[in-house]
Write a protein that binds this ligand. Structure first.
Ligand SMILES: [Zn+2]
Length: 140
């Protein structure tokens, strides 16, 4: 069996790492000059133009800033789906799909956490994975 064929494909290669418990972390950038935190890691800081960008493991939890439900999806994408902006606990705003009950979506500012799951299918049917967020179920 071809090992490469069984490797998962990611929409943004190199932006997700997994810890020893297989929990995902997003890898962003930290500007060494001005301290700006950005996802994904840029080659040049949009704030100060520095090219000194360090790897930064981002927070895995945040709050739902906004979202939209997309009904007309591109070929290979599920429909409908929700695309969201999430404000991570470390201040970075991330755009990502939101895994939620679209008939009963979570309120804005709801706590969410990072997961990894299918984003779309390639033309050959191969699943492409991406970072996503899902609401955190509050313990009662
Ligand atoms: Zn900077």
């Amino acid at each position: 069996m071809d090992a490469a064929a069984s490797e998962p494909q990611y929409a943004l290669p190199g932006t997700i790492s997994f810890d020893e418990k297989k929990a995902p972390r997003l890898m962003g950038g930290l500007c060494a000059q001005c301290g700006a935190k950005v996802f994904p890691k840029p080659k040049i800081c949009s704030g100060c133009w520095s090219s000194e960008q360090q790897d930064l493991a981002l927070a895995t939890r945040g709050t739902l800033y906004s979202f939209s439900i997309v009904h007309a999806a591109r070929k290979g994408w599920p429909s409908p789906y929700a695309i969201a902006y999430v404000d991570l606990e470390d201040g970075v705003r991330i755009c990502a799909p939101l895994d939620a009950d679209l008939a009963n979506p979570p309120p804005l500012d709801a706590p969410v956490e990072l997961i990894v799951g299918p984003l779309r299918a390639n033309a050959d049917g191969t699943q492409v994975l991406s970072h996503r967020f899902k609401p955190i179920k509050e313990a009662r």
